[in-house]
Design a protein around this ligand. Structure first.
Ligand SMILES: *Cc1c(COP(=O)(O)O)cnc(C)c1O
Length: 326
């Protein structure tokens, strides 16, 4: 593995590995390990967060404000990047109905980084963000706001970069991927991948497996993000390329079914790869169902692992060593 030099504060990292998992549901499965991005347990929030902080480093800011739940991978990475620089970090969090204040590995991690959490009912999140930014400014501070999940053109660009990596890896491995599956939440990861595909006029089929949102909203948010990133692209072409599949949400955000849990255990044992029940486990399950239901066979399929290791450990702890998750 080559050494990737830091350019000042900028933290570069090598292309994340693509490994061959062999036969899977009548297809050939590969996995790209964005969970192995070497910063703060990696994941798509690390890929996005590192780009947001390039902008923060280039400007004049002393406090970072963002949004996310106590389980948020995004909040962990942002709190870590802010602490490293000695910047203040404020996390606006929705107050959840049950277990809202129960610590998670991600929330403990953000506290250790010194981030301050402000928890409010979901309906007050927007106003709380505005008020927090206004208060900081009136105290003479210079806050930078990162949208929840690293949404926006910077986050999209992070996944255009990932798409470029995938293309280079196809050439290195001598394989052409027919399908790309991953967990789609705010849709920024998907928007970047789709934008990358459109920039190259490739014909890989990109399927975002929704982990919570239903259509049309889920798909519309992805489409809007691609349009914002590629303002000159034909909107009809963008629409045709955004496949946001909401059939495998298994309830809502954070809920998991028995079949998903069994698959997570199987992937851990068979491949030594950790999946969590909120994001990557759901997406892997959705991919398996999709391949069966659409009778896809003989194709090269790439699963993009988007991270979430601390959530994997939350699941393990909830299982309490009894071999069955909560
Ligand atoms: C946030 C997250 C996602 C969803 O990414 P979006 O860009 O919001 O769609 C997927 N997987 C993991 C592990 C995440 O933390």
């Amino acid at each position: 593995m080559s050494i990737v030099k830091n350019n000042g504060k900028r933290r570069a990292f090598p292309a994340t590995p693509v490994t061959d998992l062999g036969d899977f549901e009548n297809n050939h499965l590969y996995i790209k390990r964005d969970d192995l991005i070497p910063y703060s347990f990696g994941g798509n929030k690390a890929r996005k967060g590192l780009l947001f902080f390039e902008e923060i480093d280039a400007g004049d800011f002393d406090t970072v404000v963002t949004y996310g739940s106590t389980r948020s991978n995004h909040c962990r990475v942002v709190a870590n990047l802010a602490a490293e620089r000695g910047l203040g970090c404020i996390l606006i969090s929705p107050k959840e109905e049950e277990d809202g204040d129960a610590p998670t590995f991600n929330s403990i991690y953000t506290s250790i980084c010194g981030a301050k959490r402000i928890q409010v009912p979901v309906s007050e999140v927007h106003d709380t963000i505005e008020k927090t930014l206004a208060d900081l400014r009136s105290e003479g501070k210079k806050p930078y706001f990162i949208p929840g999940g690293g949404h926006g053109n910077i986050g999209t660009r992070a996944y255009v970069n990932c798409y470029e990596e995938i293309r280079a890896q196809e050439r290195e491995l001598g394989v052409s991927f027919d399908y790309l599956f991953f967990a789609s939440g705010t849709g920024t990861t998907q928007a970047g991948l789709v934008a990358g595909k459109l920039l190259h006029r490739d014909d890989i089929l990109i399927v975002g497996i929704s982990i919570a949102r239903k259509n049309p909203r889920g798909r519309d948010v992805v489409t809007a993000s691609v349009r914002e990133y590629l303002p000159d692209e034909d909107p009809a072409v963008i629409d045709d390329n955004v496949v946001f599949d909401d059939h495998y949400t298994l309830g809502s955000y954070g809920t998991a079914g028995e079949a998903e849990k069994a698959l997570i255990r199987k992937v851990m044992i068979q491949y030594g790869i950790p999946l969590d029940s909120t994001y990557t486990g759901k997406a892997f399950y959705g991919m398996q169902q999709y391949l069966k239901e659409h009778a896809v066979a003989g194709k090269n399929v790439l699963f993009l692992h988007t991270g979430g290791a601390p959530l994997f450990f939350d699941d393990l702890l909830a299982a309490g060593g009894r071999g069955d998750e909560k």
